[in-house]
Design a protein around this ligand. Structure first.
Ligand code: PMV
Length: 324
């Protein structure tokens, strides 16, 4: 039976990926660093079946059509080419985090799909090969393959652009308290966003100093130095959003509650609590803090106006095959 099931975690970028050197291969303009999010995951089953007339996809048990299915089907075509398995596949995918909560699911989705599809097709890929494959589905998905704290090396081409673990999940007891500020809001997707990055006069500035920020962030993680970490993480997030806001057309992901959380986080840090924020391509705010402060921060976030929910995640492990 050509079937396999895999699980992968979402990840939050501390040093952001924004803009590609090659849009098709998703080769990024700079290295990025992230942490897997332990309890936010996608579980995916792939079955290649000679009786199917086309690929099929269900997401949380709802059959999908259109661009979502197309993106998965393009990805499966790559797995067919690599493996020589000619059949179409049935893909069943489930996220355990609320859909429409604005948590990017493409990273965990394409990481789980890479692992399940390649295993179902009989390929035995090592971690780097899997990470490269996941990258072609969604750039940030390459970072959901290895465990814990992860760096995606931009590389010189397809063969050396993959992610590696820089520290295991239990290395540093950090928590990501995700303040959900807008459940319903529809925003410009990251694939379109990456393509606009080069139209911002600030992208060149952001990219040229990225190696220093990557270095600072990596050492802050390895030294468990929260103050140094907070400084570079907020700077890097602000730089990415400055690029977004100044591209043509401009992208403005922040809503009023987003700013409300950002100000609160800065205030709490000034008052002595180790806490910082980072924001992806949406209005939610990822609030990072050592795990021993997570409960208190979660409580404080819940009291802020415009915060609809808070999800708390610890560092997560690698993508894994599930035996069924
Ligand atoms: O992998 P994509 O195409 O969804 O891009 C992710 C972009 C950001 O989440 C905004 C930043 C990042 O590095 O994850």
């Amino acid at each position: 039976m050509l079937t396999a099931t895999a699980i992968a975690h979402a990840n939050i970028a501390f040093i952001k990926y924004w803009g590609n050197r090659d849009e098709t291969l998703r080769l990024p303009s700079n290295n990025s660093i992230s942490m897997n999010l332990a309890n936010l995951d996608t579980r995916t089953r792939v079955t290649f079946n000679p009786n199917l007339k086309a690929d099929t996809l269900t997401l949380n048990q709802i059959p999908q059509a259109g661009s979502g299915l197309e993106r998965v089907s393009d990805f499966l075509a790559r797995v067919r080419a690599l493996s020589g398995v000619p059949h179409f596949a049935a893909v069943h995918s489930e996220n355990n985090f609320p859909m429409g909560a604005g948590i990017a699911s493409s990273a965990s989705a394409f990481a789980a799909l890479s692992l399940a599809a390649s295993a179902a097709a009989g390929l035995t890929l090592n971690e780097r090969e899997l990470s490269r494959l996941a990258r072609t589905g969604s750039g940030s998905a390459c970072r959901s393959i290895p465990a814990g704290f992860v760096e995606w090396q931009q590389g010189t081409g397809d063969s050396d652009s993959y992610a590696l673990s820089i520290a295991p999940p239990d290395y540093w007891h950090l928590a990501d308290c995700v303040a959900i500020t807008c459940k319903a809001h529809k925003t410009t997707g990251s694939t379109e966003g990456h393509a606009l990055a080069s139209t911002s006069p600030l992208q060149q500035v952001r990219v040229s100093a990225a190696p220093q920020r990557v270095e600072q962030c990596r050492s802050a993680i390895l030294n468990r130095d929260f103050a140094a970490f907070a400084e570079v993480v907020e700077l890097d997030s602000n730089l990415m959003h400055a690029v977004m806001m100044t591209s043509t057309p401009p992208l403005l992901y922040w809503q009023a509650p987003t700013l409300n959380v950002m100000h609160a986080v800065r205030r709490w840090r000034e008052e002595g609590t180790p806490v910082c924020y980072t924001i992806d391509a949406g209005p939610n705010v990822h609030v990072l803090t050592p795990q021993r402060y997570a409960q208190e921060i979660e409580g404080r976030l819940r009291q802020l106006s415009g915060v609809e929910d808070v999800l708390v995640a610890a560092p997560g492990g690698a993508a894994q095959i599930l035996q069924e």
